[in-house]
Write a protein that binds this ligand. Structure first.
Ligand SMILES: Cc1cc2nc3c(=O)[nH]c(=O)nc-3n(C[C@H](O)[C@H](O)[C@H](O)COP(=O)(O)OP(=O)(O)OC[C@H]3O[C@@H](n4cnc5c(N)ncnc54)[C@H](O)[C@@H]3O)c2cc1C
Length: 428
């Protein structure tokens, strides 16, 4: 392949204490976590809406433990409650389904309350490095190429956009060369039988029996509507052509499944809308000072620098299969509440780069649990607090005493004692 080199002077349009890359639940929690500590924060998002998988991806369900996850998740859930846009809390670890369109309008309001600067339609394209420090992020938006300088950076892109640009060590896949499979979310409206708009013949592949369906999950979505999730495996989130085909083939599959529901199952459903983008379960994990492993989860490994507790099962969908199959046998998916150490949020190759959410330093199976939005929010808030403390103490992220981060997380309502988490659920 031919290479082209070029150099260009780029305006430094913004400067901040903390720059957060990506605005999924991890990025939102990181930005608010740092802003609540008095930091000047900027958050950069490539889409035109905040929320990542939770809005653009149409994934509208807080899974796993949603109590004691920190003040950001509490604030988001309280706001959704005010709008009557979230299901009541269930006992135990049941999820809370919410309205993702309401979340999309709530998030910018919450960020504004804490004076977080938001840039939408802005993609991180590169970084300027000075040794092990990121000096600036190079972003591309409607105004063209611009630079953002910050003292601390937090990569919550799920794709390691900052880390990869910096040439820092990253991981993807594990059980095979493929990442955990993507799934597409779409939404159907229930109509009278006479109003069903059938999909015309000859456009999309026909599914004529249940065994030919991809893994299809039907979720509630308010009155006369359902959210539907279909598995779209074996695409690579780091490859432009592959991502293009994932989106196109995901929608093709959606039409085949809708046709099956209409014609074979006689459901009076029509397509309401499809999520803006396909849902990515695993993109790129950044190698941190420690890599959390599935054995750490199973063996209840204690970490003195615990800053988050994961509670979800090992939701490791088989990457190379579109059925309801898992990497591990079903009987070994459960794990007890487990520690996530601060070391997994600090990029090994840098001095001012942290990560949270899907970028966590974890093996594929450990991430298959820690990727749920409740845990993403917890790791995000912990990263935001740590970055803020680093700025206040004028040190790099490793200079921040983990006990300070733990203290602030607990003050923010986080439960960091996994035995307390376990006994809380047993009591329910
Ligand atoms: C189909 C599906 C179903 C799921 N079901 C559930 C569920 O029921 N409950 C649950 O809790 N979890 C569920 N999950 C997991 C959960 O939704 C995600 O793991 C979680 O939302 C990830 O949050 P995040 O903030 O790490 O990443 P994301 O939500 O993916 O956010 C990353 C953000 O970074 C942005 N970004 C990426 N690259 C760049 C760049 N170069 N420049 C600027 N911005 C960039 C993206 O646009 C995105 O907005 C599901 C996931 C999928 C895919």
């Amino acid at each position: 392949m031919e290479n082209i080199s070029y150099s260009k002077a780029i305006p430094v349009r913004y400067e901040a204490d903390v720059m957060v890359a990506g605005s999924g639940m991890a990025g939102i929690a990181a930005a608010l976590g740092a802003a609540m500590e008095g930091m000047d924060v900027i958050i950069v998002e490539r889409f035109g809406v905040l929320g990542g998988n939770a809005t653009a991806g149409g994934v509208a369900n807080f899974c796993g433990n949603n109590v004691g996850q920190g003040s950001v998740l509490d604030m988001v859930m309280a706001a959704l409650e005010e709008f009557d846009a979230i299901a009541p809390r269930k006992k135990g670890r049941g999820g809370r389904v919410f309205d993702h369109e309401i979340l999309a309008v709530i998030l910018p309001e919450l960020l504004e309350r804490y004076k977080v600067k938001v840039l939408l339609h802005t993609t991180i394209s590169d970084v300027v490095l000075n040794g092990r420090r990121i000096e600036a992020a190079i972003v591309t938006g409607p105004s063209g190429l611009e630079a953002i300088k910050a003292k601390q950076f937090i990569d919550c892109t799920g794709e390691g956009a900052l880390a990869r640009s910096a040439g820092f060590s990253v991981m993807k896949g594990g059980s095979s060369k493929y990442q955990l499979p993507m799934s597409l979310m779409y939404f159907v409206r229930h109509v009278e039988e006479k109003d069903v708009k059938y999909i015309p013949e000859g456009w999309f592949e026909k599914i004529d029996s249940e065994d030919k369906l991809p893994m299809t999950s039907i979720w509630p979505n308010g009155p006369r509507s359902n959210a539907i999730k279909i598995k779209v495996p074996m695409y690579d989130s780091t490859d432009t052509v592959s991502m293009t085909m994932a989106e196109i083939n995901g929608r093709r599959k959606m039409m085949s499944v809708l046709d099956y529901h209409q014609r074979q199952e006689k459901r009076s459903w029509i397509l309401d809308h499809c999520s803006t983008v396909i849902g990515i379960r695993e993109g790129v994990r950044i190698v941190g000072d420690y890599i959390l492993t599935v054995d750490d989860l199973r063996n209840c490994k204690r970490f003195e620098d615990v800053i988050a507790v994961g509670t979800y099962y090992l939701d490791g969908h088989k990457p190379d299969d579109d059925k309801r199959t898992y990497i591990l046998p079903k009987e070994s998916l459960k794990v007890p509440p487990y520690d996530i150490p601060l070391r997994c949020l600090i990029a090994k190759d840098g001095d001012n780069l942290m990560m949270a959410g899907r970028c966590l330093s974890a093996d594929q199976l450990a991430l298959s649990s820690a990727r749920v939005m409740t845990t993403c929010s917890m790791t995000g808030q912990a990263a935001g607090i740590t970055a803020a403390l680093a700025v206040k103490m004028n040190t790099d992220v490793r200079g921040v005493p983990y006990a300070e981060v733990q203290k602030k997380m607990i003050e923010a309502g986080a439960i960091l004692d996994r035995d307390e988490v376990a006994s809380f659920y047993e009591a329910e």
